[in-house]
Design a protein around this ligand. Structure first.
Ligand SMILES: C[S@@+](CC[C@H](N)C(=O)[O-])C[C@H]1O[C@@H](n2cnc3c(N)ncnc32)[C@H](O)[C@@H]1O
Length: 269
């Protein structure tokens, strides 16, 4: 009977949609259009509240919010839920904070959809690194200061320990997602790898959301500052000379102008 009712309807489909770092104004036009059309929104905890105002009043909302030590729904169950909803003929928007393919498990959900033979499309979103850096006036690259950027997970299930060698240093920017609880350990590893203890760091907390905070410090002080300032997730850590440019509360003694003057911007791009 359920099958028959859906005969003649357009087939269901799955959209993996990036919701950006929180501010609804950072949604893409495509994301906003799809949210407004969706029969069902399956969303994470990091999706900014105002974004749901765009949905149809009758759209179903299903939260599959994840906490660091407590998953409200295992990933396999989320995959199965998405497949089932689409097989029921629904237009499903799987809303993810930031970009679906940057530490968002979008790859796993896309694989599950492919394995089940259901149509799945991906809409990129503004990842936390880009949204937070823009808000703080922190250029992730800079001709004089950095020509490479790495996005790294500070805590990650599935892989063994992260190899931090070579990820930070002069001329590079390291952005650590999910690194609040491991900040001190990460700083120790980077310093052991030869990164200067004086390397600037910016902590960008709740970027583009109410109560956003930006804090500047030095690598050697990172662990202490995170504890002292009671930094909470969601936050990213930006390690590199560009971090000294962040428009932030200054927890370090650093003359940004001197830093820039000493670097001599002259690159070709
Ligand atoms: C599971 S990852 C998801 C990342 C997301 N897919 C993206 O592209 O931004 C969650 C982490 O992203 C970072 N994050 C997400 N939103 C943030 C925000 N508004 N401000 C600061 N960091 C954020 C934090 O490091 C958080 O622990």
């Amino acid at each position: 009977m359920e099958q028959m009712e859906h005969h003649g309807r357009s087939p269901g489909r799955l959209w993996l949609v990036g919701a950006g770092p929180g501010d609804p104004d950072l949604l893409t036009l495509k994301a906003a259009r799809l949210i407004a059309q969706a029969d069902v929104l399956v969303h994470d905890g990091l999706v900014g509240a105002g974004i749901f105002d765009l949905a149809r009043p009758d759209a179903r909302r299903i939260s599959v919010e994840k906490k660091r030590d407590r998953h409200s729904m295992p990933q396999q169950d989320i995959n199965a839920l998405l497949v089932r909803l689409v097989q029921d003929g629904l237009t499903v928007v799987r809303l993810k904070g930031g970009d679906p393919f940057v530490f968002g498990r979008g790859g796993e959900e896309l694989e599950a959809a492919r394995a089940a033979g259901i149509p799945c499309y991906v809409v990129p979103g503004v990842s936390a690194a880009l949204g937070c850096a823009a808000e703080a006036g922190l250029p992730l690259t800079h001709r004089a200061l950095s020509s490479a950027v790495s996005f790294v997970a500070g805590t990650c299930q599935g892989l063994k320990e992260q190899d931090w060698r070579g990820l930070a240093g002069p001329g590079r920017t390291l952005v650590v997602y999910m690194g609040v609880t491991t900040a001190g350990m990460i700083a120790d590893k980077l310093i052991a790898d030869g990164v200067s203890p004086d390397m600037p760091v910016a902590i960008l907390e709740r970027g583009t959301l109410a109560g956003a905070r930006a804090i500047r410090t030095l690598l050697a002080e990172l662990g202490d500052v995170v504890v002292r300032e009671d930094v909470k997730s969601p936050a990213i850590l930006v390690v590199g000379r560009v971090a000294a440019l962040a428009d932030a509360e200054d927890v370090m003694a650093r003359d940004v102008v001197a830093l820039l003057e000493g670097s001599g911007a002259s690159g070709a791009w």
